[in-house]
Design a protein around this ligand. Structure first.
Ligand code: FIX
Ligand code: ZN
Length: 435
């Protein structure tokens, strides 16, 4: 394959997988295919309509997103304690005025709100939010959810469901209707990370466990997990872990992980998602916005993948310094699937860096992104960013392949994009068997 082909559109040879694309057409083909395939969003904090007001949406929720609250406190000299006394509307108004009127909304999170207003043809530069508020108030939840998923180019959403959350668990215990597009996840932070604060909640649900997780606590936690798996039909179990996380460890969390959670995952054929590297509440005055990041020692992951080969681990790491190591570990262990650019990593410049490295080291055998959306409409800009960032990276890799002597067809690109944003997730979460 000569480089002339890159320039010319003359007679192009065909592969058994369609016609090789002339060089100049690769980028547009990549863009078209990225926008034509609906993605699977494997980690969000969104809820199916049946969960009612647990699902956040609309302008006031968008503006009081903890990312924006953290940025607000950098500009405002208002004490957080005063801010928390305000109503939701007043909080949204002061954040809008401070970050969007008195200053340029050029940060990733503020730009996101502008992109959402633009997507609904709402004013992006008015000092008042009244027009936006009226618009969102007039939306029907179900129809709005469908429209937003369409606009974001996703058709499957994976929730985050906490069996010990005081508002959420009663809904599940009463029974929640399934939704074809929203899948549950059994989130275990309270069990694995803060057992001392939550073991009584497990007792309250009818399981005989104790503060030290001794005696039959382990088998009771197994029973708890199996019961909740029956109730939720989760696509995976999940936990976020601190930067200090070690495995193996003789802590309560370490024992519950090894003797209850991993066996339950094996029995149910579920992957375990580990999100590693959060430093909870480094500044508690900012509440949800007060969490930080720390570089983790990923020896824990090496030990887990090696010692539990029949468990599968869906992993995202929060620290930039851990990204390369995660790629290398994934080359060593096929029961490890790196996914997403989590939280403080979810900025286009860093997503680009991480994704280039992953393609170079893992080809298409990883899951590039998740939205982590907490408010419904956020999926619009978060997936918009992802498509915008991924297009040139993929095109460049195909162009390099070309230069090295291998043409690329539309079908090749279609297969690769489908694998990255659907196939890997479907396989790892047995989604195909659920639809
Ligand atoms: O642990 C998590 O799932 C994190 O994504 C959240 O706790 C975090 O607050 C968040 O919203 C990140 O984007
Ligand atoms: Zn999350």
């Amino acid at each position: 394959m000569t480089t002339d082909l890159l320039k010319s559109t003359a007679q192009v040879p065909a592969s058994n997988n369609g016609v090789f694309l002339p060089g100049p057409q690769i980028s547009s083909a990549v863009q078209e295919i990225l926008s034509s395939i609906p993605f699977i969003d494997i980690h969000t904090h969104l809820f199916a309509p049946a969960f009612g007001n647990l699902g956040l949406w609309g302008i006031d929720e968008l503006l009081t997103y903890h990312y924006l609250e953290a940025e607000f406190f950098r500009y405002s000299d208002m004490a957080p304690e005063n801010y928390w006394t305000l109503s939701k509307t007043d909080k949204a108004d002061i954040i809008w005025r401070t970050l969007f009127v008195e200053n340029s909304p050029i940060s990733e999170a503020t730009r996101g709100v502008i992109a959402i207003l633009q997507a609904f043809q709402l004013p992006t530069d008015h000092s008042s939010l009244s027009e936006a508020r009226i618009f969102f108030e007039n939306q029907n939840r179900e129809a709005h959810i469908q429209r937003v998923l369409q606009m974001a180019g996703i058709n499957t959403v994976v929730m985050t469901n906490d069996p010990l959350d005081a508002d959420e668990s009663p809904l599940w215990l009463k029974g929640v209707a399934d939704h074809t597009q929203f899948h549950a996840v059994l989130r275990l932070d309270r069990i694995l990370c803060t057992w001392h604060d939550h073991w009584q909640a497990v007792v309250a649900q009818g399981y005989s466990v104790d503060a030290q997780a001794t005696g039959k606590s382990i088998s009771e936690v197994r029973r708890f997990l199996m019961d909740w798996a029956k109730r939720m039909s989760p696509v995976y179990m999940a936990c976020s872990l601190p930067d200090t996380f070690e495995f193996p460890s003789d802590t309560i969390g370490g024992r519950l992980l090894q003797e209850a959670v991993l066996p339950a995952c094996r029995e149910l054929g579920l992957p375990l998602s580990l999100m590693i590297g959060v430093r909870k509440q480094v500044n508690p005055r900012l509440r949800l916005g007060g969490d930080g990041v720390g570089r983790a020692n990923l020896r824990c992951l090496e030990n887990l993948c090696r010692d539990f080969p029949s468990n599968r681990f869906l992993v995202s790491v929060l620290s930039r310094e851990n990204q390369h190591e995660l790629c290398v570990l994934a080359r060593k262990f096929s029961n490890l699937m790196p996914f997403g650019c989590w939280w403080f990593m979810n900025n286009p410049s860093i997503v680009e860096e991480i994704t280039r490295e992953r393609i170079e080291m893992l080809g298409t055998s990883f899951i590039p992104q998740h939205s982590d959306a907490r408010v419904l409409e956020q999926v619009i800009y978060k997936w918009g960013n992802t498509r915008r960032t991924l297009a040139p990276i993929l095109s460049e890799n195909y162009r390099l392949l070309f230069e090295h002597g291998r043409g690329v067809t539309r079908a090749d690109i279609q297969r690769d994009v489908t694998r990255l944003f659907r196939g890997n997730a479907e396989t790892w979460m047995n989604l195909r068997s659920r639809s």
